[in-house]
Design a binder for this molecule. Structure first.
Ligand code: DAT
Ligand code: MG
Length: 149
């Protein structure tokens, strides 16, 4: 079983899309193992987006992520890292496929609603950055045998 880090960005929270986004992951069959609504410090935002620190959009990205609360989550399931990226859609919402979160709800790259880890190792780093171990619950959903053969 894999885990991934998912964050509903300030635009998703402000636009009232939290329930819809969570519902998509639930209906897919993934298991929620951690969730919190939180204001993000500059320090945390800069660490999270460290890989982009030399990009021209870095300052604006950190300003945006710290501008209003986010919903940070950890989801679990087979191949959840790659599958979550598929559910989320391409980075620029104007060309994300319809049916994806960004494709259905977004227009511009700087307001693309949601973050998802891009690889298993990235997910491990991001989960450790955003969550304490005690904030994560390991549990077996009653639906497991109806989702996996
Ligand atoms: P993703 O979020 O799909 O993993 P990324 O890691 O390349 O995309 O970039 C992180 C975020 O930075 C992205 O969700 C939105 C923002 N971003 C990326 N490229 C950008 C650009 N050219 N202009 C403005 N913001 C950008
Ligand atoms: Mg990324």
């Amino acid at each position: 079983m894999e885990r991934t880090f998912i964050m509903i960005k300030p635009d998703g929270v402000q636009r009232g899309l939290v329930g819809d986004v969570i519902g998509r992951f639930e209906r897919k069959g993934f298991t929620l193992v951690g969730m919190k609504l939180m204001a993000v410090s500059r320090e945390l935002a800069e660490k999270h987006y460290d890989v982009h620190k030399d990009k021209p959009f870095f300052g604006g990205l950190v300003d945006f992520i710290t501008s209003s609360p986010v919903v940070a989550m950890v989801w679990e399931g087979d191949s959840v890292v790659a599958s979550a990226r598929t559910l989320i859609g391409a980075t620029n919402p104007i060309s994300s496929a319809p049916g994806t979160i960004r494709g259905d709800f977004g227009i511009t790259i700087g307001r693309n609603l949601i973050h998802g880890s891009d690889a298993v190792e990235t997910a491990q780093r991001e989960i450790a950055l955003w969550f304490h171990e005690a904030e994560l619950a390991s549990w077996a959903p009653a639906t497991k045998d109806w989702l996996y053969e």
